[in-house]
Design a protein around this ligand. Structure first.
Ligand SMILES: CC(C)(COP(=O)(O)OP(=O)(O)OC[C@H]1O[C@@H](n2cnc3c(N)ncnc32)[C@H](O)[C@@H]1OP(=O)(O)O)[C@@H](O)C(=O)NCCC(=O)NCCS
Length: 432
């Protein structure tokens, strides 16, 4: 328990499901989060279902509570004025390597207590605790772009919303190797995590998913806390009959024109599965458009379409933000496609991992040595910029042009680009 300048205290506790000790505290915390995100009050059933999934993920809930007298008739002291939650999953850091990552979510501060440093205190305490626990990376997705750079986070992956014209124009240059069949959506309660795990191993930038995803994809628990009877599911079978992909989708109704199917979740453990699921979506009768809000920027679909202009994508945005907590550990965890040497001077305003590091790569494996502060570095950068380039989706040459990286040795930003490249496009399908 930490004291926050006498007015507040921080409490941390595990998420628990109904009928367990601590449920009342977790339930109150959960209501504070809904309030912070302007949701209408969640029903007790919705809160209970959410907390059951949080328990399955091993979430640690942080609340900031008022210690003094609360204003008469205002929210009682047991309702936290600020919330924060974390859980740990693996991050694919390229070439099938993974790194355990602290995932930060449910960040809210009550309006009447904002800009007093509560977020800063929750964030810096949590990141220090995670580092002490041996965790080298933290991740989050951001509601606003200006909040998290100051804490050392950098944008590391992107996504876009697409509307795909599936009228007669839609044609993919791909000869199917497997097949697609409709399934009862509840099949995904068991299958979704198994298929996702295969995708996760293949995709740089992928983060392990929270338990809720299988419920979302199967229609068991929609975003509104209810079952979603509109969900339909198609499975992709590879040539040997194994399920290696699925799409969960719903028809938006006859009032939406053009007639549209919305993708809820599309997960494919291979190139053929991905294209064949799109062939399936493109073949749904009476439907003229398929929309998907979590499409990759660097999308094979674009290049497989006979007419790439079938894709209307207007909203490219940052998705995953990473924050390296331990530069030496994170750099050594990666595989590098180019052998070379780089000296990096890393700045870190939270004091977690500042220093000058020599990154020496032999046969793809890295050895990292901490050098004296006086050592000459090839590149000088904040930990947020290092976190951005770490997954290969953000180009160090571009960050140099933007003034985010200082290049002391000519050509070293390009060298960094080659060293930090990954084997296929970075894409994170886990929102949290
Ligand atoms: C974003 C939010 C959590 C900030 O909480 P807070 O306690 O007011 O933040 P702090 O007082 O600790 O501020 C820390 C720093 O971030 C800055 N900051 C905070 N929110 C900011 C925002 N939305 N945009 C830009 N800067 C912001 C502060 O100015 C301060 O800067 P400084 O330390 O350089 O002076 C709070 O405004 C909130 O609950 N917003 C609604 C929910 C939300 O967006 N959550 C984020 C989900 S990803």
């Amino acid at each position: 328990m930490a004291d926050l300048s006498g007015n507040y205290e921080i409490r941390r506790f595990g998420a628990v499901s109904k009928n367990n000790d601590g449920y009342a505290e977790a339930e109150t915390w959960s209501r504070a989060v809904s309030f912070g995100f302007h949701e209408s009050t969640r029903t007790p059933e919705h809160v209970a279902k959410s907390l059951a999934t949080y328990e399955a993920d091993g979430r640690i809930l942080t609340g900031v509570y008022q210690t003094g007298t609360v204003a008469p008739s205002s929210m009682p002291a047991e309702v936290p004025v600020a919330t924060f939650a974390t859980f740990r999953k693996s991050l694919n850091i390229g070439f099938r390597r993974t790194l355990e990552t602290q995932m930060v979510t449910s960040v809210t501060v009550r309006t009447s207590h904002r800009r007093r440093g509560l977020l800063r205190r929750m964030m810096s305490e949590d990141l220090h605790l995670a580092k002490e626990d041996g965790i080298a990376m933290a991740a989050l997705t951001a509601s606003e772009g200006a909040i998290y750079g100051r804490f050392g986070y950098g944008v590391a992956s992107f996504e876009r919303s697409v509307k795909v014209d599936t009228t007669a124009r839609f044609s993919l240059a791909h000869r199917p190797t497997g097949s697609v069949e409709i399934a009862d959506p509840t099949a995904l309660l068991q299958l979704a995590p198994e298929v996702f795990e295969r995708v996760h191993q293949l995709t740089p930038g992928s983060l392990g998913r929270q338990d809720w995803y299988r419920q979302l994809a199967s229609g068991a628990l929609g975003r509104d806390g209810k079952e979603d009877p509109a969900i339909k599911v198609a499975l992709h079978y590879s040539a040997d009959g194994a399920v290696d992909g699925y799409v969960s989708y719903k028809f938006l109704g006859w009032d939406t024109e053009p007639y549209t199917v919305e993708v809820v979740d599309l997960v494919a453990a291979g190139n053929d599965a991905y294209l064949e699921l799109w062939q399936f979506l493109g073949a749904i009768d009476l439907v003229e458009r398929v929309s998907w809000d979590e499409a990759p920027l660097d999308d094979p679909l674009t290049w497989a379409l006979a007419d790439p202009r079938c894709i209307d994508s207007s909203d490219s945005r940052d998705m995953l933000w990473l924050r390296i907590l331990d530069a030496a550990k994170a750099l050594e965890a990666r595989h590098y496609p180019a052998d070379d040497k780089l000296v990096l001077e890393v700045h870190d305003s939270l004091g977690l991992t500042a220093g000058t590091f020599a990154l020496q790569v032999h046969s793809g494996d890295a050895a990292v040595e901490r050098l004296p502060e006086t050592a000459e570095a090839d590149l000088v950068l904040d930990v947020s910029a290092l976190s951005s380039i770490y997954l290969g989706a953000v180009c160090p040459v571009t960050l140099t042009a933007a003034g985010r990286i200082r290049e002391n040795t000519a050509g070293s930003a390009l060298k960094a680009r080659q060293m930090f490249a990954v084997e296929r496009a970075t894409h994170c399908l886990t929102h949290f």
